[in-house]
Design a protein around this ligand. Sequence first.
Ligand SMILES: Nc1ncnc2c1ncn2[C@@H]1O[C@H](COP(=O)(O)OP(=O)(O)O)[C@@H](O)[C@H]1O
Ligand SMILES: O=C(O)C1=C[C@@H](OP(=O)(O)O)[C@@H](O)[C@H](O)C1
Ligand SMILES: [Mg+2]
Length: 174
Amino acid sequence: MTRIYLTGFMGAGKTTVGHALAAMLHMDAIDLDAWIEKEEGMAPAEIFAEKGEAYFRKKETEMLKRAKMLQGVIMTGGGIVMREENRRLLKRDGLVVFLDCDPAILVARIQNDASRPMASGRTVAELVSLYEKRLPLYRVCADLMVDTSGKTVDEIVTEIAGRIKPELFGHNGA
Ligand SMILES: Nc1ncnc2c1ncn2[C@@H]1O[C@H](COP(=O)(O)OP(=O)(O)O)[C@@H](O)[C@H]1O
Ligand SMILES: O=C(O)C1=C[C@@H](OP(=O)(O)O)[C@@H](O)[C@H](O)C1
Ligand SMILES: [Mg+2]
């Protein structure tokens, strides 16, 4: 397996954990949001504001398709599972690790974060409701689920690396 996709709700730690996991596994780290930002010359929040969510979602799917040409740990944006096409691509092209987390922790991390247009300005109830709407979609395309609540980034990375080794190198460790 040459691609490990990290999925999960905003604030779950996909970007942070992805860089640490890639370093541990000596793999490249590719954050789809950062890649979009580089290509568009605008951060996701600016793209949402100036070009709209539909434009961002189109770009996100385009990048996901292009990521198939790369190898490494690929960190996705929290909304990627909303499109059926994206879920199919994730499942087809790599090992999907879903970083789950207690919604109360997620909300504390993302509420009023102006860099996250799907979170800023939303109430706690709205954010929890968005998490609950997306949860089955994260689950349906995950090969592995990791509950990150109360764990440090180091603990999460160690847990993922231990659990994916059989998937990456074969069940006998070969
Ligand atoms: N396990 C963790 N423990 C404490 N803080 C974390 C943890 N994982 C991520 N964070 C923090 O939470 C915030 C959101 O992390 P980020 O990697 O941007 O999440 P995502 O990419 O899933 O939206 C960042 O400030 C990050 O430092
Ligand atoms: O949940 C979402 O719809 C989004 C999550 C963001 O990524 P993070 O999950 O890294 O915050 C980013 O892709 C964009 O702002 C939309
Ligand atoms: Mg991120």
